[in-house]
Every structure is written in structure tokens, then in C-alpha cells.
Design a protein around this ligand. Structure first.
Ligand SMILES: Nc1ncnc2c1ncn2[C@@H]1O[C@H](COP(=O)(O)OP(=O)(O)OP(=O)(O)O)[C@@H](O)[C@H]1O
Ligand SMILES: [Mg+2]
Length: 375
């Protein structure tokens, strides 16, 4: 009952089906009423195509889309009850900012005073109150973007689709608006899908994140699960800043202990009980694995651990980022204090099994997160 949007096996080809650009591949997802979902992925992964199919500006090549349990993918855009803020803003040039924002309310036949109050409220929220009487051609890109966002948010629609709504804004304003927009959406119980490249924005604004790459929905879950239990190597390395460290390793059983060999003469022998039994059996059986560990989960130790050599140590004002040479690759560590190490220093790092993410080197699928085996 509470499903606001449902995509079932949606495909998008630009050009002939089966031959053209396969922009969206068999995407299925359900969005609940009142939920904010972030579509996160790199440029060209199919985010805008997905939104445009939902809004009706692109046809689906296969599959179906329902809004509020009604199949809508054959209806024209105006018959879908969807409000969209476009990537390219699409403002009406002959109308002022005020008229652009109010435009969608025209058909709602509201009292002019009600419209005026709504426009003022939205403009204030978006910090564009002082440009309401200007025309799109005479305002900045960031102001146009906020006008477009206001025009979408003012509408009373079943679904709000926001394509990179804050991409043009500086970080301070973005952070301020993030909070306000979330509050606005939640207070009204709106359902929104927000496209973004920015993981901080996705984490801060959304209830769930849909990670896309190559037209494929890689994982759709809460920000916490996406970070702690990435389903595959793509999600693991795409989400998280700085990115997860990943290394190829071969594994063997050494008298019941796990022996990891990273190549370049670097290996680790774990104590007997370091890995849970099921994780140990699973990785030993495979022989080759990819080991991932997040930069803030790598800890320097005094004696045990593996050897690494500092390449750079940067203090970012509130944390240290240390890059170290490790098994012919680079290992990044994040520490919260000013780290007292210099380029060339030998360090030892602890790769605690609790913090390891283990992936299949061929498929990229996750095998285990810490002690938890992925079923
Ligand atoms: N009208 C079109 N005709 C042909 N190919 C297109 C068209 N629109 C998009 N594409 C292609 O489809 C793929 C997905 O594009 P889409 O615009 O959905 O990506 P996106 O994830 O929104 O990227 P960005 O973050 O750069 O906006 C890309 O390879 C793109 O070149
Ligand atoms: Mg796009």
C-alpha cells in the first residue's frame, strides 16, 4: 500500500533495442511513500535516463513503472503527477524567477495570496528571495538551479525527482540547503528521488542510496549498510572517502591458521581464532581473494602487523591522511590526530580481520564483511 514508486525490470536503449546505447539495464526497485532515495553513481551511469523514464520524458525500452500502484509508463508526463527539477534547469526565459516558481501552481487554481505565500516560503528556504523579480538570463547558474528546484518542490506531487539539484552551489550553501530541503520534504511527507555525484549529500539527505554503475543497480540500501556491507567491489570502492584500500591476496591454510600472501614478499599469518570458522573455510577454499579495508580502519601498531613505508602524510586540519607503500601498492590510513610520521618512515599496520571486506576477484561479489559471511 505504501509503495510510491516501483520499477520492474526497466531497460533503456538509446537507438535500436539490443544495438543502441544500453543506458539502463534491468533495473528493479521499490521506493516507499515518504522516502528520500539518492541515485548515486559516476557520470554516464544512467541516473538521468532513469529519472526521465519515471517522469515520462523518455520511453522505457522494456519493463514497467508504477507510481502509487498504478502503471504509468505509457502515460504522458503531465498525467503522472511527478514534479521534476532538471539537470539543465529548463526555466522559462520570458518569466521571472517568481513566475517560474509559481508556474506549476497555475493549474491548481489557488488564490493569488496563497501562491505568493508559498513562493516566498520556498524562495526564503533556497536563499533566492532577493532575485524573485529577475529573469533567468540575468541570474547565475546556481540561482537558476535553485529556481528550478523551487519550481519542483512547490508542487504537490506523488513524486519529486531532483536531478543534481545542488551541483552548482558552493559547499557551505549546499550544506545549509541540504538540511532545509530534507526538513521540507520530511515535514510534508513527500517522496523524493535525488540524483547526485556527491556521497556526502547522498548520506546526509537520503533514507536509502541506490548505487548505479554502467546502467546496473549495484546496491540499494541504507547509507549504513552500503558502507558496512557493500555487496560488491564496485560499491565498496565507490562509496566511502577516501576510498577503500583493496589488495589481491592468495590465501592458504597453515596448520589451521590463515596465511595471506600479498605478493612482493609480503605475507601475514593470522592467529588461529582470528577468522570465524565459516569465513576461514570460505576464503581458504577460494585460494585467491581481494581484501578491502577502509582507510580509517587501518591502524598503525608498534610491533605486530605488516610492514609499510610512508609516502606522504597530509594534515587536513582535522585528520591525517597517510599514504604508505604496501605490497607494491598504496595503502591509505586516516588518523584523527596529527600523525608524527614522515616520507620514508617504516611503519607497521594492523589489518584486523574484523575490519576486512573480502571479495571474489572474478565476480567482485562480497564474500565476507568482518566475521560475517555473505550468504
Ligand atoms: N539522448 C541520448 N541519446 C543517446 N545516448 C544517450 C542519450 N542520453 C544519454 N545517453 C547515454 O546514456 C548513458 C547514460 O546517460 P545518463 O544521462 O543517464 O547518465 P547520468 O548518470 O545522468 O550521467 P551524469 O552524471 O553525467 O549526468 C550515457 O552513456 C549517455 O551518453
Ligand atoms: Mg545526469
Amino acid at each position: 500500500m505504501d509503495t510510491a514508486l516501483s520499477l520492474k525490470n526497466v531497460d533503456k536503449f538509446y537507438g535500436p533495442i539490443g544495438h543502441g546505447v544500453h543506458a539502463v539495464r534491468n533495473v528493479s526497485m521499490d521506493v516507499k511513500k515518504g522516502e528520500i532515495v539518492a541515485l548515486l553513481g559516476s557520470s554516464g551511469c544512467g541516473k538521468t535516463s532513469t529519472l526521465r523514464m519515471i517522469a515520462g520524458f523518455e520511453e522505457v525500452s522494456a519493463g514497467s513503472i508504477s507510481i502509487a500502484e498504478q502503471e504509468i509508463h505509457r502515460r504522458p508526463p503531465a498525467k503522472r503527477n511527478v514534479a521534476m527539477a532538471f539537470e539543465g534547469y529548463s526555466l522559462y526565459p520570458p518569466l521571472t524567477v517568481r513566475e517560474n516558481i509559481a508556474f506549476a501552481l497555475k493549474s491548481a487554481k489557488l488564490e493569488p495570496s496563497v501562491v505568493a505565500a508559498k513562493v516566498t516560503e520556498i524562495a526564503r528556504m533556497l536563499e533566492i528571495e532577493d532575485i524573485l523579480d529577475r529573469y533567468p538570463s540575468s541570474i547565475s547558474g546556481g540561482q537558476q538551479q535553485r529556481t528550478s528546484l523551487g519550481r519542483a518542490l512547490i508542487r504537490d506531487a506523488a513524486l519529486h525527482l531532483l536531478d543534481e539539484p545542488m551541483g552548482q552551489l558552493e559547499p557551505q550553501l549546499r550544506a545549509l540547503l541540504r538540511g532545509r530541503i530534507k526538513h521540507f520534504i520530511k515535514e510534508r511527507g513527500l517522496t523524493a528521488i535525488l540524483v547526485t555525484h556527491d556521497q556526502t549529500e547522498a548520506n546526509a539527505l537520503s533514507d536509502r542510496i541506490a548505487v548505479m554503475e554502467d546502467g546496473i543497480l549495484q546496491q540499494f540500501d541504507t547509507p549504513e549498510i552500503i558502507k558496512d556491507r557493500p555487496e560488491n567491489l564496485f560499491t565498496g570502492t565507490f562509496v566511502g572517502e577516501p576510498p577503500m584500500n583493496v589488495f589481491n591476496a592468495s590465501v592458504r591454510d597453515q596448520d589451521g591458521r590463515v596465511h595471506l600472501d600479498f605478493g612482493s614478499g609480503l605475507s601475514l599469518d593470522y592467529p588461529h581464532d582470528a577468522f570465524s570458522g565459516s569465513v576461514r573455510d570460505s576464503i581458504v577454499d577460494r585460494g585467491n581473494i581481494v581484501v578491502g579495508i577502509r582507510p580509517y580502519a587501518v591502524h598503525r601498531t608498534k610491533d605486530q602487523g605488516v610492514d609499510a613505508k610512508v609516502i606522504v602524510n597530509q594534515w587536513l586540519g582535522d585528520q591525517s591522511h597517510i599514504a604508505a607503500e604496501f605490497a607494491g601498492a598504496t595503502l591509505v590510513l586516516v588518523e584523527h590526530d596529527r600523525a608524527d610520521v614522515r616520507p620514508g618512515d617504516a611503519i607497521k599496520v594492523d589489518l584486523n580481520p574484523e575490519n576486512l571486506h573480502i571479495f571474489d576477484p572474478d565476480s567482485g561479489d562480497a564474500i565476507a564483511h568482518g566475521a560475517e559471511l555473505v550468504s
